[in-house]
Design a binder for this molecule. Structure first.
Ligand code: PLP
Length: 429
């Protein structure tokens, strides 16, 4: 009976008090970052508490009360929904559940780590955070978080996206952030590139280089990264930890877990507490990362590679397409990154993570996003539509086989600021 609940939620008092760090539970130790010169510079450019968490051996990392308050203010906990209407439309015997990260003030799960990072940066006495953004969701999340805790924010935004996402740019500005199209003339790296081509479309790797350089040159500024790194996945584990409690409430447990994957933060945050169950409690779950053929980084090679274009970052052992890899533009722009989080890369190498990549024209994925909107009522972010498409594919497989699998997927954000993408891909007026 309880299993037919449409909305499952924990109370505000039951928000987890610690994040989960999978490092001590990994099947093999995580290969450390490489590069003496770059590693030496990190303490000058990064948030110290985040740097500490990056290699923490502790399984549980306490969430300071100040950050739990910020989570409450941002609307956590977020409900887990049963997709009864979508199940009916598909005629599947599978039970579908989705986590509602779209209920975020700025539209994505990225606020979960933005708030933590802004909080720690302020505690450390910083005045300004610098960052890069691709799709714009991370820049908006950090602009929001810095605004809430009272810091300044400078965003370097991949020019190709900066140019068409006007509303999102304005939202960052309303939060008080300084927003630059990247490559820009604010940094040495940027100047070199715009000199050759003033309309250089930019890339996430270039924008990261600019954010790092800006932070390096200002003692009151630190650089903040929205995905890929261990501490980001730790903060995002709040998604999966809440989901575990919600499944417990209805005595249900997932057989399949799905989310979209760019750098790996929403996928990691959603599944990693459950991967912990698989590694330490003998549970069995299939984990699937939904990607774009424009940047199928989990189908690249597992090796040491830089996280940015100018090689300012240490090298990380990860599944990568190469730090200078050129990717075709897509509307699900948050999925366009050359490498995948080292933790998820290791889990993939050990055989725990499956992946699918959808075609670059995005028609199939956006059609599934539309079906989800028509049945469940929530307009997903283009990236989240990949998660939905993959969940629908798995539900359809259950229809063929008659299996009553429990399929859980994460809807990482809403698409209210991505209407141009929907219009173009679906051919709307
Ligand atoms: C940034 C973003 C992604 C992709 O980044 P990950 O780090 O892989 O999660 C996916 N969905 C939304 C809504 C995003 O903003």
């Amino acid at each position: 009976m309880k299993k037919n609940l449409r909305e499952i939620n924990i109370s505000t008092e039951d928000i987890p008090t610690s994040w989960y760090n999978i490092l001590p539970d990994l099947p093999t130790p995580l290969p450390p970052p490489k590069g003496d010169e770059q590693l030496k510079l990190l303490p000058e450019m990064m948030i110290l508490e985040c740097l500490k968490q990056e290699s923490s051996p502790d399984r549980w990392i306490e969430i300071p009360d100040g950050i739990r308050q910020l989570y409450l203010q941002a609307g956590r906990p977020r409900p887990l929904f049963r997709a009864l209407n979508l199940e009916k439309a598909l005629g599947t015997p599978a039970r579908l559940y989705y986590k509602s990260e779209f209920y975020s003030p700025t539209g994505s799960h990225k606020v979960n780590t933005a708030l933590a990072q802004a909080y720690y940066a302020r505690e450390q006495g910083c005045e300004r955070l610098t960052t890069e953004t691709g799709a714009g969701q991370w820049g908006t999340a950090l602009a929001y978080a810095t605004s809430i805790v009272g810091l300044k924010c400078t965003v370097f935004w991949v020019r190709a996206v900066y140019q068409w996402k006007h509303s999102r740019r304005n939202l960052m500005q309303i939060y008080g952030a300084e927003v630059n199209a990247s490559p820009s003339d604010k940094t040495e790296v940027g100047k070199l590139l715009v000199k050759d081509n003033p309309d250089h479309p930019g890339s996430l790797a270039i924008a990261i280089s600019e954010g790092l350089e800006d932070a390096k040159n200002d003692p009151k500024a630190v650089y903040s990264l929205g995905s890929v790194l261990n501490h980001v996945l730790i903060h995002q584990s709040i998604i999966g930890l809440e989901t575990q409690l919600q499944f417990e409430m209805i005595d249900e447990y997932p057989d399949v877990m799905i989310s979209c994957l760019g750098g790996g933060s929403n996928f990691g945050g959603f599944v990693i507490p459950f991967v912990g169950d698989v590694l330490t409690k003998g549970k069995k779950i299939q984990f699937i990362a939904a990607q774009s053929e424009a940047a199928p980084n989990l189908q690249g090679t597992y090796r040491y590679n830089f996280a940015d274009y100018a090689k300012l970052t240490p090298q990380l052992k990860m599944y990568t397409l190469g730090h200078m890899f050129e990717m075709p533009p897509i509307r699900g722009d948050g999925l366009r990154y050359h490498g995948c989080a080292p933790i998820i890369s290791l889990l993939r190498d050990e055989g725990y993570i499956d992946t699918v990549a959808y075609p670059v024209d995005e028609k199939y994925v956006f059609e599934k996003g539309k079906l989800f909107t028509q049945t469940e009522g929530f307009l997903p972010a283009p990236e989240s539509a990949y998660s939905i498409a993959c969940a629908i594919d798995e539900a359809n497989k259950c229809k063929e086989s008659g299996e009553e699998k429990v399929i859980a997927f994460n809807v990482s954000g809403h698409g209210f600021m991505d209407m141009v993408g929907f219009r173009k891909v679906l051919g709307l007026e």
